[in-house]
Design a protein around this ligand. Structure first.
Ligand code: NIG
Ligand code: FE
Length: 443
């Protein structure tokens, strides 16, 4: 009994503020508060993305997990009641909204580092898939894994992502490819939603690859998705969105349309994989079906970009995937020039992007997509939040929103974050006002 008390006391001492709920918090002297959008501001159109609102020399308060006030230190109104208040002096540090990651496959059974070596030796992603590797390889491994093991692994991945500043994540199924295993993945996601502090949205991606059992009868697999899986997932509230890998050798445009139509009937909006390797009309069809986002877009014809203009569909680029597979980068500047509200995500998955690090996405966006640091930050915060329908809650430093935010180390400029790539510039991460990562700003 006595040793238990000592262990608990030690735990509290070492873990510090993570376990001690901070109901009230004041951050003062921030070098700048970044992304201080007015209440009600939704997705930011491409040509405005460079105008990232900031307040230099700022203060910000939180209470019960929400942002309660912010402004410039020159107008700091003071605090009436200083009891039970944690004060963070953020001198030299930026305060940003936490990263939202609107496209991941973070539930999976095992890494595919063998395929990585095969690609170094010269095989392409498509050649590996044609040999039974790729998505089908992941599905084989996931089908035999228990729900508990999948949960523990995914939880550890999400914990790592939170340490790197991610406060909201979309997670797809798509490595089950049977009724039971797709549901198993979504139940794991539901448990993560309940037990993890970050915001999670889930997507049914049964149309990720054609399982071998249906090789001779594609239509039967489509029926399974549209007539059984989608209705059951909707009934049990297991997903908000539906996804399809619309690509040569995966699913056709018309198959994607069937899935999107069935999803719409059951209240699941589309968030689809299109134009990763080939342009086959998926963007146009997704727009016609009112998809929330079209993701990947590494191979875009002018007509694909034009189809997005005036639509409600958010183009989402995944530069870490381009980096890892050595495929083209999406046309970020062209999309922004058309005033489209570009979003960025990691695409975290074992095959094409074994990284859930949004800070690396920020560097790639600036270095490879030629986005300005301000544009990239908008794409990873408010526009990313909109691409997973959490923009009312997250994505900007706005009174009333969740106090899920990042405090950087002392850095010379905002541009230094993507510039000094591969280095860890975060000091503190808060989710709903609670310290998830405690750095020197708090100590
Ligand atoms: O977004 N392109 C389709 N799906 C994933 C990769 C899946 C895998 O290789 O396991 C992606 O890149
Ligand atoms: Fe993906």
């Amino acid at each position: 009994m006595r040793s238990m008390v000592v262990i608990i006391a030690l735990h509290i001492l070492l873990a510090g503020p993570f376990f001690a709920p901070m109901s009230r918090l004041l951050i003062k002297n921030a070098k700048a508060l970044v992304g201080t959008h007015p209440a009600g501001q939704g997705r930011v159109p491409g040509r405005s993305m460079a105008n990232l609102p900031q307040i230099a020399d700022g203060w910000l308060t939180t209470e019960n997990g929400r942002i309660t006030g912010l402004g410039s230190m020159s107008n700091f109104p003071g605090i009436a009641d200083w009891t039970d208040l944690t004060v963070i002096d953020a001198t030299g540090r930026y305060v940003l909204p936490g990263w939202c990651d609107p496209h991941t496959h973070s539930i999976f059974a095992a890494p595919r580092d063998g395929e990585f070596v095969d690609r170094i030796k010269g095989l392409s992603y498509q050649e590996i898939a044609a040999r039974g590797g790729g998505i089908l390889n992941s599905a084989g491994m996931l089908r035999s894994m228990s729900e508990d093991d999948l949960f523990e692994q995914a939880k550890a991945r999400l914990e790592g992502m939170m340490q790197q500043g991610t406060v909201a994540v979309e997670i797809k199924s798509g490595y089950g490819l049977t009724l039971g295993s797709e549901l198993k993945m979504l139940r794991v996601a539901a448990r993560l939603k309940k037990e993890m502090p970050l915001q999670i949205r889930t997507t049914l991606l049964a149309a990720h690859a054609l399982p071998a059992e249906f090789k001779e009868d594609r239509a039967a697999y489509l029926r399974l998705i549209c007539e059984e899986l989608i209705p059951q997932v909707a009934r049990e509230g297991l997903a908000e969105f539906v996804d399809v890998f619309c690509e040569t050798n995966y699913f056709t445009v018309s198959e994607m349309e069937q899935v999107l139509a069935s999803g719409a009937e059951h209240g699941l909006r589309g968030k689809v994989h299109v134009n990763q390797f080939t342009s086959i009309g998926g963007v146009q069809a997704a727009v016609e079906h009112g998809a929330l986002s079209v993701d990947h877009l590494e191979v875009m014809e002018p007509a694909d970009i034009d189809a997005l203009v005036g639509s409600g569909t958010i183009p989402t680029l995944l530069p870490s995937c381009s980096f890892f597979l050595r495929i083209p980068y999406g046309p970020a500047r062209e999309l922004m020039d058309k005033d489209l509200p570009l979003a960025l995500a990691t695409d975290h998955n074992p095959g094409s992007t074994p990284s859930g690090n949004m800070n690396f996405v920020l560097s790639l966006a600036c270095i490879q997509l030629r986005m300005l640091p301000e544009e990239a930050i908008q794409a990873m915060t408010l526009n990313a939040a909109a691409a997973m329908t959490v923009e009312q809650e997250l994505g900007s430093l706005t009174v009333g929103k969740r106090a899920s935010l990042l405090i950087t180390k002392e850095v010379p400029s905002l541009a230094y974050l993507p510039y000094a790539f591969g280095q860890d510039h975060l000091d503190t991460v808060l989710i709903d006002g609670k310290v998830i990562r405690s750095g020197t700003a708090i100590a």
